[in-house]
Design a protein around this ligand. Structure first.
Ligand code: PGA
Length: 247
């Protein structure tokens, strides 16, 4: 099947952040009640900085926006400094005027993970579905915590992290030791993500080049979860030269 993924290849990581922020800002300015999907990790940090800058200097309001995050470590509460709720508060939510009650990050310390995941899916539906979902990609091709082998129709659920992800997430920037990284997470499924009306996936640096080539040019296969975006009607990968170097 020919891939429908649109490619935008820019020179630098900075340009990737500026472009991604521009796409999101344009959508929010056209549709103030945009339902936006968000990601964590090192890749979107600069994009969130840009969005906060646009909010501050251009007055773009996020007061009508509802957000849903891709995933959360299982076992960490939102006030743990390595939780994704904490990350989002620090990097974005505290720096714009989004209403805290309109930000949805899965609760990693919920009593019942299945109910937590079902409630997340129900809330996405009740909000009218995701208009735009910002994504990253793992070096093993994962999207959110959908590791290689995750089927195309998966929904939000409790998943196990692969060894490659545990190592990538203990590189010193977050957890300093693989032993500290939680072994499982709550994650939106590939089916959940594919239902977003628009997807933008960001990748920066040569370490992502192999995963990007597999996602864009490899077979449409659960072996590389991000390749399961190839038939999405509106999916753009925004890449720097390094991430695009195997294409
Ligand atoms: P990163 O993580 O942005 O920190 O590289 C991306 C991912 O694992 O999806």
């Amino acid at each position: 099947m020919p891939s429908k993924i649109n490619l935008q290849i820019l020179e630098t990581a900075d340009e990737v952040a500026v472009e991604a922020a521009k796409v999101i800002a344009e959508m929010v300015s056209k549709k103030p009640n945009t339902v936006i999907g968000l990601a964590t990790g090192s890749t979107p940090e600069r994009t969130y900085e840009e969005l906060a800058k646009i909010h501050k200097t251009e007055g773009l309001s996020f007061a009508g926006v509802t957000s849903f995050n891709l995933d959360e470590y299982w076992g960490l509460s939102g006030d743990h400094d390595q939780s994704y709720r904490y990350f989002m508060n620090q990097h974005l939510f505290n720096n714009i005027d989004i209403r805290p009650w309109n930000t949805n990050v899965l609760n990693g310390s919920a009593v019942n993970p299945n109910l937590e995941c079902q409630a997340f899916e129900t809330k996405i539906l009740a909000s009218g579905g995701i208009d735009i979902w910002l994504l990253g990609i793992g070096i093993n091709g994962h999207i959110a915590f959908n590791e290689p082998g995750s089927p195309i129709d998966t929904r939000t659920r409790l998943v196990s992290l692969s060894q490659s992800t545990i190592e990538a997430n203990s590189d010193g920037r977050s957890f300093s030791d693989p032993a500290e990284v939680p072994r499982s997470a709550l994650s939106a499924g590939i089916g959940t993500i594919r239902e977003a009306r628009k997807l933008i996936l960001l990748a920066i640096g040569e370490k992502k080049a192999e995963a990007i080539a597999a996602a864009v040019e490899g077979p449409f296969s659960a072996a590389c979860p991000s390749s399961l975006l190839q038939d999405h009607p509106d999916c753009t990968f925004i890449l720097d030269r390094g991430a695009a170097s195997n294409l």
